[in-house]
Design a protein around this ligand. Sequence first.
Ligand code: DQA
Length: 155
Amino acid sequence: MSICKPCILVIHGPNLNLLGTREPNVYGAMTLADINQNLTKQAAEFGVEVDFIQTNHEGVMIDCIHQAAGKYSCIIINPAAFSHYSIAVRDALAAISVPAVEVHMSNIHAREKFRHRSVISPVVRGQIVGFGADSYFLALQYAVKLIAKEEATIE
Ligand code: DQA
């Protein structure tokens, strides 16, 4: 049985710091701080902890993914534009054994063609797209389930 509360790392990619004012017709009116606050509240109700990072830099995202190994039970990641081309972020997620859930607020499949493909998807447990801020909350629910399942396997 684990002694510490399981902890989930939420990684927000480039331009997500601008949520609230960035294309609100696509991404909604909630700011990143609002989303993180709600996630913290929901995580507490689920009995887990969440840490957050937002970065506009590919290398920083990769370093965070590396550092998550052995420290976090699960990663929730919105790689934002990196989803569509960053083999380096994909390889970082593939290199660690921490399970990850990919999130997109918008329905990337209903947008421009260049957004339809995510190079990240093959190395994560699943992808949640198109539900606005709720994509994160749905990912949290799944992450909690996943952690419980993996803990049950270890015990
Ligand atoms: C996004 C979708 C990406 O295509 C875009 O580059 C983003 C946000 C989303 O959450 O819908 O920055 O990941």
